[in-house]
Ligand binder design. Sequence first.
Ligand SMILES: Nc1ncnc2c1ncn2[C@@H]1O[C@H](COP(=O)(O)OP(=O)(O)OP(=O)(O)O)[C@@H](O)[C@H]1O
Ligand SMILES: [Mg+2]
Length: 251
Amino acid sequence: MTHIHDTDTLHETHGESTERPCIMEFNDFCFAYDKEPVLRHITLSIHQGDSVVLMGDNGSGKSTLLKAMCGLIHPQQGSYLFNGASVDEQSMDYQCFSKRLHARIGFIFQDSDSQLFCPSVEDEIAFGPRQMQLSEDEINQRINDTLSLLGIEALRNRAPWTLSGGEKKRVAIACVLSMNPDVYCFDEPLAGLDAKTQEWLLGFLKQLKASGKTLIIATHDQSLADELADYFVYMGEYHGYDHLPHTHINL
Ligand SMILES: Nc1ncnc2c1ncn2[C@@H]1O[C@H](COP(=O)(O)OP(=O)(O)OP(=O)(O)O)[C@@H](O)[C@H]1O
Ligand SMILES: [Mg+2]
């Protein structure tokens, strides 16, 4: 078990983060889909504005940890607090709690098809703001702003399943952006994108970071990691970053 701000490396290079409020806190968090444990005694604190890169082998539990952060799976032992409130089976049963959580922490799946389900891009982007019960005027404003920010105005009336992979990724990001969450979780954001779209996405992630958003990025891409990480969280023991702030969990 490791507490991310307990290591010397992290104190030296990332000490200022302890000044900012803790936004996500895992304590002895355990989870198994069936018998085999996938998340084992995870203890980890993430502070507001942190840019965290999650690395580890295939099957080490990165996507599962992101799901836990977003309240899509729940602790079977231990706890997970978001902004001081316990996220568990009971709290997520309360619709107002789960809606609030989903508005504050957005999840961009590796596979955009798992995320897109509405008949048009416009409906897709409006879905989150509608869940937040914003006014129709505000929803329209957010749709327009998001389409323009991501350069996808031309896709507005398209059916999401007719889009290319890169277009789907932009729409999936737009769906989260339209809710203006505090925390963005990206699962393998560069996977399946061409070089130009990767470059655009990297720039976009840097903008999010510069604007003070908290970023959690699971990736195998070391150059993306190097560009964005304030510190690394490794699922398991192996890593090649002794010189950078890091910790190991899920040992
Ligand atoms: N819905 C599920 N039901 C059963 N087992 C699952 C499910 N989802 C994931 N697993 C298992 O949990 C383990 C961790 O999977 P996870 O997807 O979190 O790993 P990962 O680190 O994201 O891997 P990758 O680098 O391949 O994306 C794997 O052994 C996987 O087979
Ligand atoms: Mg994964």
